[in-house]
Design a protein around this ligand. Structure first.
Ligand code: KE4
Length: 430
């Protein structure tokens, strides 16, 4: 059979782009097969280059909370681009956008715009070290904060031990400045402070983990983390690149009522264009150049088109009822998936917070990275490929969050649940 257009493009792409993709997860290494090349999206659907349509739950990994090609966002971009695409100078819309971020997020008194979430978290760590005069950072096993050298770190052996590089090219000396704790385990955080008193600048956490698949915080975990940082003179950093404006208008910090000292944002705030941000307490943010001595810069920081897309996205999200609608859709999907899991005899669980969710197969509960790593990866591959053939486009990894958008309706949820029933029944041998 002639290879598909996707296969031809993938083969060709691998000659000029490492792995044929511009971000590793897109190569489908975790699910086998070759990635479908996407031609276009509209609402909650994407079409591949062969013209096949899929109900999309990747949503560009989170940004497209309004769905693909939102008419309001496209109009905002179109209007903005008539005036030019970039000036490298301050623009009125950046001020309006910064003010909206500050008004929405309890922790953010000042904010600096960046072009990616990685850049935002990298700048936050530099800022935390400068503000506290301390060098070490605590992160959590399984949490991802972008490809920042000091955060591409795996847990060393045993609790409260120095991190080890989790990528070639990361220096051991850099990795050792990072300690790796266990999500939902406050004792593992306290052990880090006990071992390195006075040396830890900050604890950075995904307040709702998305990068192990979705893992909600245990009831008091975030408040215990807040208290632990206060008691030890360290800053609490919420990486809300995924959860910001996703799990609530004010992010996880509003949903769970815990206010960090610093916050990173991305994805949704850019409405599908390259835009992210970091912000927090004024006394900390005023250390950022040109006011203070912590350098951060960027040619396209606050790019007018990206800010136009982000601002319009937030304006739509700010309307009454949007998060209630996302919760309604999320509940319908979660309920349906639990029911078809039970009927299929396949062991699994569904973790969800608002419109971000993950189905874990082969395990009964997932509260941390160790639980997540116990999933049945072969079963997940067959689940992913089976759902793809049913026209459902899921994240191509068992350790990623899937996303609903305001463009999804009950109809697509019910189609998805029906497809899941057929695929899981086959997987369960039914
Ligand atoms: P970017 O540099 O990709 O804009 O943001 C990095 C980042 C930071 N913090 C969190 C919590 C994140 O989830 C991310 C990026 N998320 C991944 C998906 N898990 C983006 C997809 C990809 O890497 O291709």
């Amino acid at each position: 059979m002639a290879s598909s257009l996707s296969a031809q493009l993938f083969h060709r792409a691998q000659r000029s782009i490492p792995g044929g993709v511009n971000s590793p997860v897109r190569a489908w290494k975790a699910v086998g097969g070759e990635p479908r090349f996407i031609q276009r999206g509209k609402g909650c659907f994407v079409w591949d280059v062969e013209g096949r349509s899929y109900i999309d739950y990747v949503g560009s990994w989170g940004p497209l909370i309004l769905g693909h090609a939102s008419p309001e966002v496209l109009r905002a971009i179109n209007d903005a681009m008539r005036d030019g695409t970039s000036f490298g100078a301050p623009t009125p819309r950046e001020v309006e956008f910064a003010e909206k971020l500050c008004s929405a997020l309890p922790s953010v008194e000042m904010v600096r715009l960046t072009s990616s979430g990685t850049e935002a978290t990298m700048a936050l760590l530099r800022l935390a070290r400068a503000f506290t005069g301390r060098s070490r950072i605590v992160k959590f096993d399984g949490c991802y904060h972008g490809h920042v050298d000091s955060l591409l770190v795996a847990a060393g052996s045993g609790a409260a031990t120095l991190g080890v590089p989790d990528s070639a090219g990361v220096l051991p000396a850099v990795a050792e400045t990072t300690l790796v704790a266990t999500f939902n385990d406050i004792e593992s955080v306290e052990a880090c402070f006990d071992r390195f008193p006075g040396e830890i600048a900050a604890v950075i956490v995904e307040p709702v983990v998305g990068n192990m698949g979705v893992i909600p915080p245990d009831e008091n975990f975030l408040s215990e983390l807040r208290k632990c940082c206060e008691e030890n003179g360290a800053l609490l950093v919420f990486d809300e690149v995924m959860t910001g404006f996703r799990v609530a208008w004010g992010g996880a910090q509003q949903r769970y009522g815990v206010v960090p000292d610093l916050t990173s944002l991305g994805k949704v705030v850019g409405g599908g264009l390259p835009l992210a941000a970091f912000g927090g307490r004024r006394d900390i943010m005023e250390l950022v150049a040109p006011v203070g001595s912590v350098y951060h810069a960027g040619t396209l920081s606050g790019n007018p088109l990206a800010v136009a897309a982000g601002l319009r996205t937030l304006e739509v999200l700010e309307r009454p009822g949007t998060y209630e609608r996302l919760e309604e859709l999320g509940q319908r999907l979660e309920k349906g998936l639990w029911e078809v899991l039970a009927d299929s005899g396949v062991r699994g669980c569904v973790n969800r917070v608002g419109s971000m969710w993950t189905i874990f197969l082969g395990v009964s509960q997932v509260r941390n990275a160790r639980d997540a790593r116990a999933v049945d990866r072969d079963l997940f591959c067959r689940w992913f490929q089976g759902m793809l053939e049913e026209g459902i486009y899921l994240p191509p990894s068992p350790f990623e969050a899937a996303f609903l958008s305001l463009a999804h309706t009950e109809a697509e949820i019910d189609v998805t649940v029906g497809a899941a029933a057929r695929v899981l029944r086959r997987l369960g041998g039914g």
